[in-house]
Design a protein around this ligand. Structure first.
Ligand code: AMP
Length: 309
């Protein structure tokens, strides 16, 4: 069975959407990635940090889904990373209201021996130096390293971010962040520039407008499933990334053709994430629901057209 090493925030989020708002609830990039990847029956483990204020039951919930949290350090006297955001009416854009790094500010990640030879590594959103440190600790070269990041790190640690981007195979990034990183409005041009920074594959997430996968020569597009109700987009990007790498880790195939399927698997899982506030929908997702929606995805994208020869 493939091993997947995940690094990312395990956090408290407070979210405001046009439909309501939450107090501090479970969130974090690492949490969403772990929950999403857990749908593939692989051996996954998270490296992260939380404070003494973090309820043990959240870690237990991840463990119950076979996500190993032994390398989630608990700093008893510290406070957990906190993020707060507000979504605008279209739910496609949001404003960050607060980012409190707390225990993340002096985090020194320690990869446990069990995951130092993981074939797949997902560098979820957090400080690029933490992402780099995780790569430094690997004892064998992973088959695939995927990196996700966001504007906060472009604003606050750009040089470190560019250094870690050089070291990864795939980057997943949203459209606005791709534009910010490259200064290019066209996503095709932005993807080319990011490709030149190091990654062989670039995935640009466009929220409800789907996702684009680029390599040097090809581009593939997957729509997002048109949903009747979108409640809270928080974590959709991380859920996408967790589904993308989870699918690849399960199939152990890093070809471009398989990455196309992985983009669909990621989009499929992200479509559930947005249906409820926070992690609730992902915590209660069944294999049957995932399967049924994949069928919908196939129907949505398949067509038959005659081509003039
Ligand atoms: P997404 O909606 O997929 O972009 O991710 C939202 C999640 O990212 C939330 O659960 C936050 O806790 C987490 N998050 C927000 N800002 C940051 C940041 N600067 N670094 C790491 N994680 C973050």
């Amino acid at each position: 069975m493939s091993k997947l090493l995940i690094v990312g925030t395990v956090a408290f989020d407070a979210i405001k959407t046009p439909f309501g708002e939450t107090d501090k609830i479970l969130g974090g990039a690492g949490t969403y990635i772990g929950l999403s990847a857990s749908n593939f029956g692989i051996d996954s483990g998270i490296v992260s940090v939380v404070g003494g204020d973090f309820p043990e039951e959240y870690l237990k919930m991840l463990n119950d889904k076979n996500v190993n949290t032994d390398a989630v350090e608990i700093v008893k006297e510290g406070k957990t990373f906190f993020w707060s955001g507000e979504y605008h009416n279209d739910l496609n854009s949001r404003t960050t209201l607060a980012t409190e790094l707390n225990v993340l500010a002096d985090f020194n990640p320690k990869v446990s021996d069990e995951y130092k030879n993981a074939e797949f590594v997902m560098l979820g959103n957090l400080h690029p130096l933490v992402q780099s440190s995780v790569l430094d600790q690997m004892e064998t070269k992973p088959k695939l390293v995927v990196l996700d990041t966001m504007n906060f790190w472009m604003d606050n640690a750009l040089e470190d971010l560019l250094n870690v981007i050089k070291r990864v195979d795939v980057i997943t990034i949203n459209d606005e962040e791709a534009r910010q990183l490259t200064g290019e409005y066209s996503l095709v041009r932005a993807a080319k520039k990011i490709y030149e920074m190091g990654p062989k594959y670039v995935v640009i997430k466009k929220g409800e407008h789907g996702a684009l996968l680029f390599n040097e020569e090809h581009v593939f597009f997957a729509p997002a499933l048109p949903l009747e109700e979108v409640f809270d987009p928080t974590g959709a990007g991380d859920t996408f990334a967790g589904g993308f790498i989870g699918y690849i880790a399960k199939s152990e195939d890093i070809s471009f053709e398989n990455m196309k399927r992985a983009v669909i698997a990621g989009s499929n899982l992200a479509s559930f994430c947005v249906e409820k506030f926070g992690t609730e929908r992902m915590e209660n997702l069944t294999a049957e629901e995932v399967q049924n929606r994949l069928v919908q995805f196939k129907e949505l994208t398949q067509f038959d057209i005659e081509l003039n020869s």
